[in-house]
Design a protein around this ligand. Structure first.
Ligand code: B1M
Length: 211
């Protein structure tokens, strides 16, 4: 349908008012909320992720596209609740204790939301206790930790160790990311995965949750 294609394009182009209007029009014309989500907004963000990975898009374009997607989601969210469309998974996300960098973490959150995940964003300077409490409360399928400092990445290990201590390590998958991190570090601290960028985080999480 042409209008769904226009919606995909308006997300890619980061046109928030147009995305909001097209979302309303599609819903008014009888297209289901699930279709608008999956064949419109999510499809648009998928393409944004692909271009970001291929270095065709940079951080500003992704942020602008994510803002457009959010404008569409504002209209869609109540309809999704009515039509009982479930998120594909819930992830508790945050920047670890002592670390205030959140640009990358926010991008990861937006891409995951764009892919259909419910994202519980705990913000920055998040302690192990806060991660665990939120993940338990929300019955999250995963916990995502971000760190930008070599001095704070160690708090990922403390968080995983605390999960083990509390006997909840196997209740959720753990993924990590941030500039100083590597797959080797993820293996060393017992995380389930490491993603070098926001688009890869989506693929990684879908992969480890087998979605
Ligand atoms: Co800071 N800072 N900073 N800083 N800062 C760095 C990280 C640094 C490399 C700069 C430098 O010295 N060259 C350096 C760290 C050195 C080190 O540890 N080895 C540094 C330092 C030292 C500091 C302070 C200590 C400076 C000071 O006060 N003396 C201080 C620490 C404050 C604190 O956190 N307690 C500090 C403060 C700040 C600002 C507040 C000024 C600001 C943050 C603003 C904000 O985030 N709201 C800031 C910034 C902006 C940076 C740089 C310039 C940019 C970081 C960024 O946003 N990159 C950074 C230097 C640099 O990287 N060039 C630097 C863009 C972002 C999209 O990339 O975050 O890597 P990134 O995220 C990527 C991937 O890593 C991945 O996906 C994202 C998108 O592709 N990813 C994940 C990230 N999280 C993920 C999670 C996942 C999966 C993937 O799964 C859960």
């Amino acid at each position: 349908m042409e209008k769904l294609q226009n919606l995909v394009q308006s997300v890619i182009n980061g046109k928030a008012p147009e995305t909001e209007q097209l979302t309303s029009e599609l819903l008014d014309s009888g297209v289901t909320a699930a279709q608008v989500l999956n064949e419109g907004l999510v499809k648009g963000m998928d393409e944004v992720g692909r271009r970001f990975k291929a270095n065709e898009f940079y951080v500003p374009e992704v942020l602008i596209a994510a803002r457009a997607m959010k404008a569409g989601m504002k209209i869609l969210r109540p309809k999704l609740a009515e039509s009982d469309v479930k998120p594909i998974g819930t992830i508790v996300l945050g920047t670890v204790k002592g670390d205030l960098h959140d640009i990358g973490k926010n991008l990861v959150g937006m891409m995951l939301e764009g892919a259909g995940f419910e994202v519980i964003d705990l913000g920055v300077d998040v302690s192990a206790e806060k991660f665990i409490q939120a993940a338990n409360e929300k019955q999250a399928s995963a916990v995502g930790m971000s760190a930008l400092l070599t001095t704070t990445m160690v708090n990922m290990k403390s968080t995983i160790d605390e999960m083990t201590k509390q006997g909840v390590r196997d209740s959720f998958r753990v993924i990590i990311g941030g500039a100083p991190l590597t797959q080797g570090y993820a293996d060393e601290i017992g995380a389930d995965g490491y993603a070098p960028d926001a688009a890869s985080a989506v693929g990684l999480l879908k992969n480890i949750l087998q979605i």
